[in-house]
Design a protein around this ligand. Sequence first.
Ligand code: FES
Length: 163
Amino acid sequence: MLSEGVTLRAAIRQVLQSHRDGAATILSSLLALEDALGYIPPEGIEEVAELTHTTTNDVWGVASFYPNFRFDPPCEHTIEVCWGPTCHLLGAPAVVKEVLDALGLANEGDTPDRSITFKFNTCLGACAQAPVMALDHHLYGRLTPRAARGRVEALKGSPAHRR
Ligand code: FES
Protein backbone atom coordinates (compact mmCIF):
# COMPACT_ATOMS: atom_id res chain seq x y z
CA MET A 1 0.00 0.00 0.00
CA LEU A 2 1.14 3.55 -0.70
CA SER A 3 1.64 6.16 1.96
CA GLU A 4 -0.38 9.32 1.43
CA GLY A 5 1.34 11.81 -0.86
CA VAL A 6 3.75 9.31 -2.40
CA THR A 7 3.28 8.70 -6.11
CA LEU A 8 3.29 5.15 -7.38
CA ARG A 9 6.43 5.74 -9.45
CA ALA A 10 8.24 7.23 -6.44
CA ALA A 11 7.18 4.31 -4.25
CA ILE A 12 8.47 1.84 -6.84
CA ARG A 13 11.82 3.62 -7.06
CA GLN A 14 12.05 3.65 -3.29
CA VAL A 15 11.47 -0.11 -3.13
CA LEU A 16 13.99 -0.80 -5.88
CA GLN A 17 16.57 1.56 -4.38
CA SER A 18 17.79 -1.20 -2.09
CA HIS A 19 18.38 -3.34 -5.18
CA ARG A 20 20.79 -0.91 -6.83
CA ASP A 21 23.85 -2.76 -5.57
CA GLY A 22 24.33 -4.77 -8.74
CA ALA A 23 22.93 -8.01 -7.31
CA ALA A 24 19.38 -7.37 -8.49
CA THR A 25 17.72 -9.83 -10.79
CA ILE A 26 14.41 -9.41 -12.56
CA LEU A 27 12.83 -11.94 -10.22
CA SER A 28 14.25 -10.48 -7.00
CA SER A 29 13.10 -7.02 -8.05
CA LEU A 30 9.60 -8.23 -8.90
CA LEU A 31 9.36 -10.05 -5.57
CA ALA A 32 10.38 -6.88 -3.73
CA LEU A 33 7.68 -4.90 -5.53
CA GLU A 34 5.02 -7.52 -4.95
CA ASP A 35 5.94 -7.65 -1.27
CA ALA A 36 5.86 -3.87 -0.85
CA LEU A 37 2.88 -2.96 -3.04
CA GLY A 38 0.87 -6.18 -3.12
CA TYR A 39 0.99 -6.23 -6.93
CA ILE A 40 3.16 -5.39 -9.94
CA PRO A 41 1.94 -2.25 -11.73
CA PRO A 42 3.00 -1.44 -15.32
CA GLU A 43 5.31 1.26 -13.96
CA GLY A 44 7.02 -1.45 -11.91
CA ILE A 45 7.71 -3.47 -15.04
CA GLU A 46 9.33 -0.40 -16.63
CA GLU A 47 11.44 0.40 -13.58
CA VAL A 48 12.63 -3.20 -13.20
CA ALA A 49 13.62 -3.26 -16.88
CA GLU A 50 15.65 -0.10 -16.41
CA LEU A 51 17.24 -1.37 -13.20
CA THR A 52 18.24 -4.72 -14.66
CA HIS A 53 19.25 -3.31 -18.09
CA THR A 54 16.69 -5.48 -19.84
CA THR A 55 13.48 -4.77 -21.76
CA THR A 56 9.89 -4.60 -20.56
CA ASN A 57 9.27 -7.73 -22.65
CA ASP A 58 11.96 -9.58 -20.68
CA VAL A 59 10.42 -8.47 -17.39
CA TRP A 60 6.87 -9.38 -18.47
CA GLY A 61 8.23 -12.77 -19.54
CA VAL A 62 9.43 -13.46 -16.00
CA ALA A 63 6.45 -11.85 -14.25
CA SER A 64 3.86 -13.74 -16.28
CA PHE A 65 5.62 -17.07 -15.67
CA TYR A 66 4.88 -17.01 -11.94
CA PRO A 67 1.18 -17.39 -11.07
CA ASN A 68 1.59 -15.75 -7.65
CA PHE A 69 2.22 -12.28 -9.05
CA ARG A 70 -0.83 -10.12 -9.44
CA PHE A 71 -1.04 -7.14 -11.77
CA ASP A 72 -3.91 -5.20 -10.29
CA PRO A 73 -4.08 -3.69 -6.80
CA PRO A 74 -5.24 -6.04 -4.06
CA CYS A 75 -8.38 -5.31 -2.06
CA GLU A 76 -8.40 -3.24 1.11
CA HIS A 77 -7.73 -6.37 3.19
CA THR A 78 -5.75 -9.51 2.51
CA ILE A 79 -6.26 -12.93 4.05
CA GLU A 80 -3.67 -15.62 3.53
CA VAL A 81 -4.19 -19.14 4.81
CA CYS A 82 -1.10 -21.30 5.01
CA TRP A 83 -1.28 -24.39 2.86
CA GLY A 84 2.18 -25.68 3.82
CA PRO A 85 2.70 -29.28 4.93
CA THR A 86 2.58 -28.65 8.68
CA CYS A 87 -0.54 -26.50 8.52
CA HIS A 88 -2.12 -28.92 6.09
CA LEU A 89 -1.59 -31.82 8.49
CA LEU A 90 -2.83 -29.86 11.49
CA GLY A 91 -6.12 -28.63 10.10
CA ALA A 92 -5.65 -26.09 7.29
CA PRO A 93 -8.21 -27.76 4.96
CA ALA A 94 -11.05 -27.20 7.44
CA VAL A 95 -9.83 -23.64 8.11
CA VAL A 96 -9.74 -22.88 4.39
CA LYS A 97 -13.24 -24.27 3.91
CA GLU A 98 -14.58 -22.07 6.71
CA VAL A 99 -12.76 -18.94 5.49
CA LEU A 100 -13.91 -19.40 1.90
CA ASP A 101 -17.46 -19.94 3.11
CA ALA A 102 -17.32 -16.77 5.23
CA LEU A 103 -16.05 -14.82 2.21
CA GLY A 104 -18.47 -16.34 -0.28
CA LEU A 105 -15.60 -17.48 -2.46
CA ALA A 106 -14.84 -20.84 -4.07
CA ASN A 107 -11.09 -20.34 -4.36
CA GLU A 108 -8.34 -17.71 -4.29
CA GLY A 109 -9.45 -14.29 -5.42
CA ASP A 110 -11.22 -11.09 -4.46
CA THR A 111 -14.62 -10.78 -2.84
CA PRO A 112 -17.22 -9.30 -5.22
CA ASP A 113 -17.24 -6.02 -3.27
CA ARG A 114 -13.43 -5.92 -3.57
CA SER A 115 -12.99 -5.56 0.18
CA ILE A 116 -10.95 -8.73 0.82
CA THR A 117 -8.38 -10.65 -1.23
CA PHE A 118 -7.98 -14.30 -0.29
CA LYS A 119 -4.93 -16.34 -1.21
CA PHE A 120 -2.99 -19.39 -0.17
CA ASN A 121 0.54 -19.18 1.20
CA THR A 122 3.06 -22.00 1.01
CA CYS A 123 4.45 -21.23 4.49
CA LEU A 124 3.84 -18.23 6.71
CA GLY A 125 6.92 -19.04 8.76
CA ALA A 126 5.12 -19.96 11.96
CA CYS A 127 4.81 -23.72 11.55
CA ALA A 128 4.95 -24.31 15.33
CA GLN A 129 1.66 -22.40 15.55
CA ALA A 130 -0.08 -24.39 12.81
CA PRO A 131 -2.61 -24.02 11.36
CA VAL A 132 -1.85 -20.38 10.63
CA MET A 133 -3.43 -17.55 8.68
CA ALA A 134 -2.49 -13.92 8.15
CA LEU A 135 -4.98 -11.08 8.14
CA ASP A 136 -3.44 -7.93 6.72
CA HIS A 137 -0.02 -9.48 7.51
CA HIS A 138 -0.84 -10.16 11.18
CA LEU A 139 -0.42 -13.83 12.01
CA TYR A 140 -2.96 -15.91 13.89
CA GLY A 141 -2.05 -19.46 14.87
CA ARG A 142 -3.46 -22.64 16.36
CA LEU A 143 -6.66 -21.83 14.52
CA THR A 144 -9.85 -23.74 14.69
CA PRO A 145 -12.28 -23.30 11.79
CA ARG A 146 -14.61 -21.42 14.12
CA ALA A 147 -11.86 -19.05 15.28
CA ALA A 148 -10.85 -18.45 11.68
CA ARG A 149 -14.42 -17.54 10.72
CA GLY A 150 -14.60 -15.18 13.69
CA ARG A 151 -11.44 -13.40 12.53
CA VAL A 152 -12.79 -13.09 9.00
CA GLU A 153 -16.13 -11.75 10.16
CA ALA A 154 -14.37 -9.19 12.37
CA LEU A 155 -12.23 -8.08 9.42
CA LYS A 156 -15.21 -7.41 7.20
CA GLY A 157 -16.06 -3.75 7.27
CA SER A 158 -13.01 -2.79 9.33
CA PRO A 159 -10.79 0.05 8.06
CA ALA A 160 -8.13 -0.79 5.49
CA HIS A 161 -4.74 -1.74 6.86
CA ARG A 162 -1.74 0.25 5.65
CA ARG A 163 1.55 -1.52 5.22
S1 FES B 1 3.58 -24.72 7.09
FE1 FES B 1 2.15 -23.24 7.79
S2 FES B 1 3.36 -21.72 8.74
FE2 FES B 1 4.78 -23.12 7.93
